[in-house]
Design a protein around this ligand. Sequence first.
Ligand SMILES: NC(=O)c1ccc[n+]([C@@H]2O[C@H](COP(=O)([O-])OP(=O)(O)OC[C@H]3O[C@@H](n4cnc5c(N)ncnc54)[C@H](O)[C@@H]3O)[C@@H](O)[C@H]2O)c1
Length: 372
Amino acid sequence: MPHRAPGSPHHDQTSYLSGRQIRYYRPTGSPDVRRLIDDGFQAFNAARLSEACHIFSEKMLRPEHDTTIGLTVAGALTPAGLGGCMIELMERGLVDFVISTGANLYHDLHYALNFTLHRGTPFLDDRDLYEKGVIRIYDVLFPADVLLETDSYIRDFLARKDRDLGGPLSSADLHYALGLDLIEKCPGCEEHSVVARAAACGVPIYTSSPGDSSIGMNVAYHELMNGGRVVIDPNRDVNEVCAIILAGKKNGCVILGGGSPKNFYLQGQPTLWEVYGIPKGGNDYFIQFTTDQVVWGGLSGATPSEAVSWGKVNPGVLPDTVVSYCDSTIAFPLFCEYAVGSPNGRRPRRGLLHQRAGLVADLLRQAKARAR
Ligand SMILES: NC(=O)c1ccc[n+]([C@@H]2O[C@H](COP(=O)([O-])OP(=O)(O)OC[C@H]3O[C@@H](n4cnc5c(N)ncnc54)[C@H](O)[C@@H]3O)[C@@H](O)[C@H]2O)c1
């Protein structure tokens, strides 16, 4: 192990790591959960969650609407076991592309590589955790070695693939290559890894700030220490997301939390009208689960109504937008149960991962025509 881990090997971590293993929960479309959401969630944020379920299942997923759906992911959701919900949605064609913080993708790799995260409690002495080499994400606990081993895998992957990946690439390219490598190295891991499953399903995964996670940290290491040539080019991400949105007959999003993934999705519409001069008309559907408030002026808490003024959301569709003020770790599994159990709970997969070059070429063609 090349680096110092917090704690040392002789410390006993077992008292902290005796909680049950966190596993990815896969929604099955439970009729009881659907009944609760339809009949029991009647007011306040329960009703907003119910409304979100109806907008998604009955409007966004309606076959004739042919909605291109983006899922944005912030907050520590894969460490909390929510990757199974993402896998189920991708597998069923219910989301077409994903924009995530790097952290959620990095922590997903622990599951792919068969490391164990444990249920715990937030009421612990963090100085003792540090001494014993135990990492805490609120009440999720795991050994620091999990970080070091995952980092070591990423560096090994980059060294092996540098020749193929060398040069500027979009974050979707990097995550696709990672997913394929995981499937090759750990067969079957697409059952419990978002990154691997996305590669298998043809779902592009973008990250809005490539340097801001342990994946980005190891890409930086690879460049400095190995003279590696793998460079994430954010321009490619911006143009690919923009091209995907341009190609959508209707566009809709499910926003978990907020943060930079939320804007990275929503800015697609202004990139079209404000920068490329292509009026697309704004997003058609908008669903957000968040604990953020609008009153601070930040983007995470900004409402769909505010997004109308930016041309991010079509002014005519406000009834098809909803913000449910809930913890995503509660709301998202319920939302997915509802969607999976709905009559529209499976769509043909769009396979956007393999169409990106053509979509970007079309964006370029349309933008050049406008520039004349
Ligand atoms: N080592 C790593 O890989 C690592 C680890 C952690 C974070 N990070 C990085 O730190 C940055 C911050 O990540 P973050 O995900 O904590 O973003 P964040 O703290 O900016 O959260 C994003 C938004 O989501 C909301 N949110 C968070 N959890 C929620 C929940 N359970 N329910 C509803 N809303 C919720 C927050 O209020 C916030 O507005 C990211 O860029 C990430 O990649 C990296």
